[in-house]
Design a protein around this ligand. Sequence first.
Ligand SMILES: [Zn+2]
Length: 465
Amino acid sequence: GCVYLSWLIVPAVIISWLTRGAISYDSSDQTALYIRMLGDVRVRSQVGFEPERRSSHPYLCIDFRTLHSNSEPERRIQRLLSFQRYLHSSRLLRGIPQQIPLHILDEDYTGQARCMLEKVGHWNFDIFLFDKFTNGNSLINLTFHLLNQYGMVELFQLDMVKLWRFLVMVQEDYHSDNPYHNAVHAADVTQAMYCYMQEPMLAKSLTSFDILLGLLAAATHDLDHPGVNQPFLIKTDHYLATLYRNTSVLENHHWKSAVGLLRETGLFSHWPAEDSLNMERELGSLILATDISRQNDYLSRFRQHLDQESLCLSNGSHRHFILQMALKCADICNPCRPWELSKQWSEKVTEEFFQQGDVEKKHKLEVSPLCDREINSVGNIQIGFMTYVAEPLFAEWARFSDTRLSQTMLGHMRLNKASWGSLQQEQTLTSEEAETSNASTSREGAAAAPRGTSSKEIPQGSRES
Ligand SMILES: [Zn+2]
């Protein structure tokens, strides 16, 4: 979900309609699915959305997402109206498997990508580098590798061609022009999820189904993310907000998008209907758990279990809860990565916020919290996020799974927070100095010499995990 923003904007009413086992495929679910699968305006008119509504509303033609790209205006509009996938369908050889993978790359890069996968379970795995070595196909290659490593293809009798096609479509549905919510983030979350599922507490209790579910949920958890948050969709009267009644709008859409791809590729079509419906349902409950506005519910349930030592991982619903917590941790683990990786993620997510803020300003909408580049900085956003969101979650996770990895993550977070703190301080000092120096030299008419800005790296990224 859009994890970073809504922690400041906890909705007044959070309808927790999703209790496990209570999800049904009612008519609105089907509507969502059809819209997702057919994905354009014509369909919307059939299911009760008037197509002209979109163009008559002053904000609906804002292409908030493709502001990130330089494509020409007509194409931008088209990309908003249809879904990401339909734009790429001609380009990306869908349905013709085994065309994109590593063999079209430079041999050397292929080798290096393969080499990196040997360390896929290490916490300092550099997903940005892996994405380069795979020519931008990190999500496909990482997920395919992990599923094979676990022997999922044999265990669940998966059709390799369908599986590959599914993964290609998943990767395509992420918007590569989002600075943050793109396929590399999904690959990063999938890698983190794998690390957590390798932890002793989980490794000894998870079933093969749990593992398949966990990896698929991680890979699809932000599918077709528009690069703006839920409040933006609500205030611009986006049809997705209407469709999901302003509740977990993005997460519902990610889930339905994933279900659409599962059905379209028939990945589980050889399973009994009950089993594949169960997979879809559990995928939903994992993805919906990433809605950060529900963080406190999950955290207090987690705390309660830990206080009462009541978790019993032979119990399926308890394992499911732990998978939800693991996915939540994986989704917001950026502050727990080594500085060099963590810093890049911080800059990317901030840029996505600021781009939303720019659009809001341009269209005279109220600028969302954290989205105004004039009054926020990467550092202050990160420090707030760590303090109020990440630290409380990872503290409980470390109680649940008291391992070297958990301590490493908490250690990185502490250091990263200190680094942002000193960068902030340095920046403040620099601007104060500049002012003083400006004032003293202004009489001679000389401008203050530009000071070294705070781009200084704080070396702490090389620690072993
Ligand atoms: Zn995410």
